[in-house]
Design a protein around this ligand. Structure first.
Ligand SMILES: Nc1ncnc2c1ncn2[C@@H]1O[C@H](COP(=O)(O)OP(=O)(O)OP(=O)(O)O)[C@@H](O)[C@H]1O
Ligand SMILES: [Mg+2]
Length: 394
């Protein structure tokens, strides 16, 4: 069918035509924003879940809504290979500078507090090597948020900026994607800044998203992190939601599915948003006209699975060393999560400790995680199927 009206969005962080099944998370974010409008505070959200379930698009949508409420926002994506507090600071400073430029109504108030706040953002940014915020206001940075110690500087920043925002009943939110990969100095600084803000009733919030290890990583960084956030496990969609995600966008373009075609596609996607988008995109390309037939669905599944192998699985598989691959191949023999003792015997080892090096390396690479003590699972949905399909390469 016409590629120019293909509504599907396969690809990391691409906003889907319909953000299906995420009402409860969005309602919680909306509530926090409305409370802030009323001079109250609340808890921000920490989203965690497997690869491709839709954490990034949900975080983006929350940011969009915060901006709609006039909030000062900044968004960064932590990267494993780009660690280091200095780089995090530079990206944060760049985003904050841009954010401060765009919250015009607040800046236009130009009270003393606002001027002081802008000045602190400026000195925070200059210390990070990022240009000044000001254009219309003469700002002079004077020894706030520019010590070079990220924890102290963030504390200054929040202490100067957020009360000034609160005068206007707006908040400040930092959005951190892939937060499990954030350098530990910045992570603890963010948690400490938010902790202090909560004690002072300041509307400063860190919204995060990342892999299932996120709650554990945060708890390790600061013991109070457990109580700091409304943790939400972002999971696959229910059958009804998955159907809506697949057939809704087509219906909006006057395209229907024959029931058997829809059923086949939904079975293959198993409720995972990324899979739904890939299969939807392929079936749109395969079908000549509406309604979409079973044969279209079957071809789309074959092509879509090939695309998933290349985009989602192969790159991750290739990142593993031969020894790490052996551990993943042993895990793939299980239909679900793997128990460590089974892996030990399957790999001809003596005790769980014999696997701990590879296990830790794979967890660090973000390929597997431990949902429970002595249990391992993949962070990429259906990774085990991929490994079984390519068993000969192990
Ligand atoms: N609620 C949803 N309904 C339908 N499609 C969705 C939904 N959420 C996300 N998608 C689609 O799923 C795909 C993955 O989304 P996204 O990149 O946000 O996932 P993620 O959880 O951040 O993945 P990763 O862990 O790899 O970063 C995208 O193609 C997006 O368009
Ligand atoms: Mg993401």
């Amino acid at each position: 069918m016409d590629a120019s009206s293909n509504p599907y969005t396969p690809g990391a962080g691409r906003t889907p035509p319909a953000l299906v099944g995420r009402t409860s998370e969005l309602d919680a974010a909306d509530l926090l924003m409305r409370r802030t409008q009323n001079g109250l505070t609340g808890r921000s959200l920490m989203l965690y879940g497997l690869r491709g379930v839709g954490k990034t698009v949900l975080l983006n949508e929350m940011r969009r809504r915060a901006e709609g409420h006039g909030w000062l926002t900044a968004m960064i994506e932590a990267k494993q290979d780009r660690q280091g507090a200095e780089q995090s600071r530079a990206r944060l400073a760049r985003e904050l500078t841009a954010g401060a430029r765009s919250v015009r109504t607040w800046r236009a108030r130009a009270t003393d507090k606002v001027k002081e706040a802008l000045s602190t953002i400026e000195s925070f940014s200059i210390k990070a090597g990022v240009g000044p915020v000001s254009g219309d206001l003469t700002i002079r940075a004077f020894g706030r948020a520019d010590s070079g110690n990220i924890e102290m500087d963030l504390e200054d920043l929040v202490a100067d900026v957020v009360p000034a925002l609160r005068e206007a009943n707006i908040g400040m939110a930092l959005f951190v994607d892939e937060i499990q990969d954030l350098d530990s100095a910045t992570l603890t600084a963010l948690l400490a800044a938010q902790h202090r803000a909560a004690q002072n009733d300041w509307p400063f919030y860190v919204f995060g998203a990342g892999l299932p290890v996120v709650p554990a990583v945060l708890a390790e960084a600061r013991s109070y992190a457990e109580r700091q956030f409304d943790y939400r496990n972002i999971d696959r969609l229910s059958p009804a939601e998955a159907q809506e995600a697949l057939s809704g966008p087509a219906a909006a373009a006057n395209v229907a599915f024959l029931p058997e075609a829809l059923t086949r596609l939904l079975e293959s996607a198993r409720g995972y948003p990324y899979f739904l988008q890939v299969y939807g995109d392929q079936v749109w390309q395969c079908a000549a006209e509406s309604p979409i037939q079973l044969i279209d669905a079957e071809v789309a599944i074959t092509l879509g699975t090939g695309e998933l192998d290349r985009s989602l699985f192969a790159s991750r598989w290739e990142r593993a060393t031969p020894k790490q691959k052996q551990l993943m191949a042993a895990m793939a023999e299980d239909p679900g999560p793997s128990a460590l003792p089974d892996l030990v015997s399957r790999m001809g080892k003596k005790k769980p400790a014999d696997l701990s090096v590879f296990r830790d390396e794979l967890i660090k690479k973000g390929l597997i995680y431990s949902p429970d003590r002595g249990i391992l699972d993949f962070t990429v949905p259906l990774m085990a199927d991929f490994i079984r399909r390519h068993a000969d390469e192990v």
